[in-house]
Design a protein. Structure first.
Length: 140
């Protein structure tokens, strides 16, 4: 049985090296894009969502009153319950902004994946047109 290194021709070593190197580079770029874009997109969505929260709006007042009543039922005094209700509303806003930023990045990764698919097809076509490698048995 031939050794695996005998099956790799001198030209294929470069292809393998380039493939491994490009994979490592893409992983670094992917991680960098996610680490930079995620907080920025979360901040963008937080700004948009917070702009829609106005103290005079009826739904916001109802939500804060409901949270305050819930917290008073749990044993908090009215002033502390109102502060905690504000904090809970802000936490909810942050959670929704984070979810939207993850959805944006998931969408971006899906588009990048769809862009890469034709490259895979092109690489397969070129590899099929090559003649098979001739292997020489290695003496034991």
């Amino acid at each position: 049985m031939p050794r695996p290194t005998a099956l790799i021709g001198s030209g294929n070593r470069w292809i393998i090296a380039i493939a491994v190197m490009s994979s490592a580079i893409m992983e670094v770029i992917d991680t960098s894009v996610v680490n930079v874009s995620l907080p920025r997109r979360a901040q963008l969505h937080q700004d948009v969502l917070a702009a829609n929260l106005t103290p005079g709006s009826l739904p916001m007042q109802q939500m804060l009153q409901g949270m305050t009543r819930f917290l008073q039922f749990r044993g908090y005094d009215p002033a502390t319950a109102a502060q905690k209700a504000d904090a809970m509303l802000y936490q909810l806003l942050q959670q929704q902004a984070s979810l939207l930023s993850y959805m944006d990045l998931f969408h971006l990764m899906g588009i990048l994946f769809l862009v890469v698919i034709p490259l895979i097809v092109i690489m397969r076509r070129t590899s099929r047109t090559r003649p098979p490698l001739k292997t020489t048995p290695v003496p034991d």
